[in-house]
Design a protein around this ligand. Structure first.
Ligand code: ADP
Ligand code: MG
Length: 219
């Protein structure tokens, strides 16, 4: 599903920073993998490239056999909206929208009618055990609940893969085990490919394969 060959990325700031130094990586459809490495090793940069949120400078990235290179913003958005679900450490919920409105958002961007997106969003909230929290705002939810809202939002477009950047980084250890179990169940039940970035060995151990990155190189 994911194929990277000699992928390089440099940030051109005051000082150029060569962050990814020839990444080679294959991830099969249906895998449940983690990318582990120290802070600053290039994990988020790599995940953003996988999720077509950012470009790379050289090398090759194919997703389901299609070369991802210099896509227009509309083409990139189309891939993201239909194929990829994102989960972030900081949940990235919209604070002035309640739980169900947050979950509906990707369908809003797809132009789905209000009624249909509400019905679907309620279904996903129920699946994630949050039916009674639909009209609550993010600041009324615990960290684990917020991440489950974010997971519902990531799932609602029926993505082929979920890319999670430190999804348990803001959660206590018990809640992070629960969130990881939830992601694992989704992988087992729905065969959604999952790529989980973490610096926590305990989180990485819960996945089926650990990919280690150090200073922009996969070990
Ligand atoms: P990780 O997620 O493993 O902590 P990142 O991929 O976020 O690592 O960052 C790798 C390096 O690139 C870090 O030194 C970081 O400061 C730098 N970096 C990340 N994003 C940018 C950016 N947009 N512009 C310049 N430097 C960046
Ligand atoms: Mg990061």
């Amino acid at each position: 599903m994911i194929h990277l060959e000699n992928v390089n990325k440099t940030y051109f700031g005051a000082q150029p920073l060569h962050v990814l130094k020839g990444i080679n990586l294959d991830i099969e459809a249906g895998e449940f993998v983690s990318i582990m490495g120290a802070s600053g090793s290039g994990k988020s940069t790599l995940l953003n490239i996988l999720g077509i949120l950012d470009n790379y400078d050289s090398g090759l990235y194919t997703l389901n056999g299609v070369r991802i290179w210099n896509l227009s913003e509309s083409k990139a958005a189309e891939y993201r909206n239909h194929m990829i679900g994102f989960i972030f450490q900081s949940f990235n919920l919209i604070s002035f929208k309640n739980a169900v409105e947050n979950v509906e958002l990707p369908l809003f961007y797809q132009g789905v009618s209000r009624k249909k997106r509400h019905t679907l969003a309620m279904e996903y909230l129920e699946r994630l055990g949050l039916k009674d929290w639909a009209d609550h705002y993010p600041n009324e939810l615990s960290g684990g609940q917020k991440q489950r809202v974010a997971i519902a939002r990531a799932l609602i477009t029926k993505p082929q893969m979920i890319l999670a950047d430190e999804p348990t980084g803001a959660l206590d250890s018990k809640t992070s085990v629960e969130v990881m179990q939830l992601l694992k169940d989704l992988n087992a039940q729905e065969h959604i490919t999952q790529v989980i970035v973490t610096h926590d060995p305990g989180v990485a151990e819960q996945t089926n394969r650990i990919i280690r990155i150090k200073d922009g190189i996969i070990e």
